[in-house]
Write a protein that binds this ligand. Structure first.
Ligand code: NAP
Length: 525
């Protein structure tokens, strides 16, 4: 079966044989995708003209209610999505929930938050700016929705959340979306779009999907559009440097890879709550979605004295996490999404092993439960220990996109800070400590190179939202290596889908243009 694309308000089949999508446990071919022969330029034009104008004719409040209805449709089809996640991504129920329920939660959050913008259709920012000696000539800043398309080029690891965490703020802004999911797991994204289109919630052209290769998609974007990319740094560079993107100064947001850190404070010693919380979170991060999260913990900095005990405690818990076919009782860790990802992860692991000793796992020949290693895509959950600190050649650079992390002992705060910063820009660092002096030195010292810093102590306990869990109300994105992008953060995300401009003129004109505008300060509220 070849999946349909939705473009120009129609369901269209791509030409040719298409590219196969597989079950990463059995290797079985599931469906095919193709974008061959599609007129992507015409599809974008239709989205701008039909979808964009229909969405902009509505208020923020009306569009917020559309998001609520989308969430209802997705909720009603949740079981089908879990089944596709299992078959196409080898997801356990917990893994599928992370993606699918995360998507629904994000949509509901924006449906609620968007109501605050009421019946407005644009935003007024700040007060009048005095420009002349009298008040006959003034300035007023506004934010207006883009009149183009939000083009999403997404990664394979979040086929559900990856679409809706971007689509929710774009649609709320009044901007139509076109998603190009990553080929290996495009099925779930495609099925969700199919369900939402079938429910007739959105106007024609408000949502489009192209499955398969991006082909000439970027040749047709222009100054009105925004390209939001999630994936590897290499592809990000290609997209940023695409001649048409450069020529038209197309707005590009990049969420790329990241070697995120977990950092234990000097007080996080065996037997205390902060140590136990760190162990629990590290194991969770290693195993949920089999480590295929951009936010997953890759490096663990621990004080020299506590580092061996930490490694032992994590290893002991990993030993109880059974990796294998998620259809089998007791399995907690599924496969990677494809043989290609398995090969890439094993290649990266081989590099890390040049810097680090294996504490647990790391066996390329391990046998998963109820799966044939010859056809499946498993990587054994692995913990490494590296005592080379900043001299390590690979640990601070290589993101193994799988269930692999490395413990790095540190000598003092400066050492921990230097190692966290050595990641070159990360999405997140989590810190386990109740030592106020340590935290007040460490957090500001790493903040400029991290999009999010999560600090956990014994008082917060299990009430924290998780190292790798992206909350729609908080910023997601990171500088440098992490891509330099910004997503979510509540209504702040709407800024990417609006253009700031200032109008200079007389007060009565500025009054008229301000009529009905919502206060842009609400974006940061
Ligand atoms: P990828 O290989 O870079 O692919 C990402 C997307 O780009 C896919 O849809 C891919 O399509 C498309 N693509 C590839 N070449 C392209 C080109 N020349 N022009 C336009 N589109 C192109 O990344 P991936 O392997 O799917 O994802 C894994 C990476 O994503 C990891 O490094 C991870 O850290 C990162 N990630 C980051 C975040 C975040 O929020 N920061 C979230 C998730 C993942 P095809 O699949 O059809 O090739």
């Amino acid at each position: 079966m070849k999946l349909n694309n939705h473009l120009g308000g129609q369901w269209l089949q791509g030409a040719g044989e298409g590219l196969p999508l597989h079950d990463p446990v059995s290797g079985e071919e599931l469906v095919r995708v193709s974008s061959e022969g599609l007129d992507l330029g015409a599809g974008l034009a239709f989205a701008r003209e039909q979808g964009g104008s229909a969405l902009r004719a509505m208020s923020y409040e009306q569009r917020a209610s559309l998001l609520g209805r989308i969430a209802e449709v997705l909720g009603a089809n949740r079981e089908a999505y879990f089944d596709i996640s299992l078959r196409n991504s080898g997801s356990t129920a917990a893994d599928a929930g992370f993606d699918v329920d995360g998507a629904i939660f994000t949509l509901k959050t924006y449906a609620r938050a968007g109501k605050a913008l009421g019946a407005a259709r644009h935003l007024k920012e700040g007060g009048r700016v005095a420009l002349a000696r009298t008040d006959v000539f003034q300035g007023q800043h506004f934010l207006s929705p883009l009149r183009g398309v939000a083009v999403f080029i997404n990664a394979f690891n979040f086929p559900a959340w990856g679409l809706w965490e971007k689509a929710a703020p774009a649609l709320l802004s009044g901007v139509p979306v076109l998603v190009k999911p990553a080929t290996p797991t495009a099925w779930l994204t495609q099925r969700m779009v199919e369900d939402v289109v079938a429910a007739g919630i959105l106007p024609p052209g408000a949502i489009s999907i192209v499955c398969g290769a991006a082909r000439d998609l970027l040749d047709h974007v222009d100054a009105r559009d925004v390209v939001s990319f999630t994936g590897s740094a290499d592809t990000a560079a290609r997209i940023r440097n695409h001649p048409n993107v450069v020529a038209h100064s197309v707005r590009v947001n990049v969420e790329a890879d990241s070697v995120n850190s977990a950092i234990l404070g000097p007080d996080a010693v065996p037997g205390c709550a902060e140590f136990d919380l760190a162990v629990k979170e590290i194991v969770r991060e290693l195993t949920i979605k089999s480590g295929q999260k951009c936010t997953a913990i890759r490096r663990i900095m621990a004080p020299k004295a506590a580092a061996p005990a930490l490694a032992d405690a994590v290893a002991a818990k990993l030993a109880g996490m059974i990796a294998g076919n998620p259809r089998s009782e007791g399995v907690r860790v599924g496969p990677l999404v494809s043989r290609a990802q398995q090969a890439a992860a094993l290649e990266g692991l081989a590099k890390l092993k040049m810097d680090a000793a294996v504490v647990y796992g790391g066996n390329a020949d391990f046998v998963p439960v109820d799966a044939d290693p010859a056809v499946s895509a498993f990587v054994q959950p692995t913990l490494l220990f590296c005592d080379k600190g900043l001299d390590a050649e690979y640990v601070h650079d290589v993101e193994v996109f799988g269930p692999v992390a490395t413990v790095l002992p540190y000598a003092d705060i400066a050492d921990a800070v230097d190692m966290a910063r050595r990641g070159g820009g990360s999405l997140v660092a989590s810190v386990y400590s109740a030592d106020a002096a340590f935290l007040c030195e460490l957090v500001p010292a790493i903040a400029d190179l991290h999009g999010r810093v999560m600090v956990v102590d014994g008082v917060i306990g299990n009430q924290h939202t998780g190292h790798g869990n992206v909350m729609p109300t908080c910023l997601h994105g990171g500088p440098g290596r992490a891509g330099g992008g910004e997503e979510l953060g509540g209504l702040r995300a709407l800024a990417m889908y609006h253009r700031r401009h200032v109008v200079q003129g007389g007060p009565s004109l500025l009054d008229a243009l301000s009529e009905g505008a919502a206060d842009a300060a609400l974006l940061g509220a």
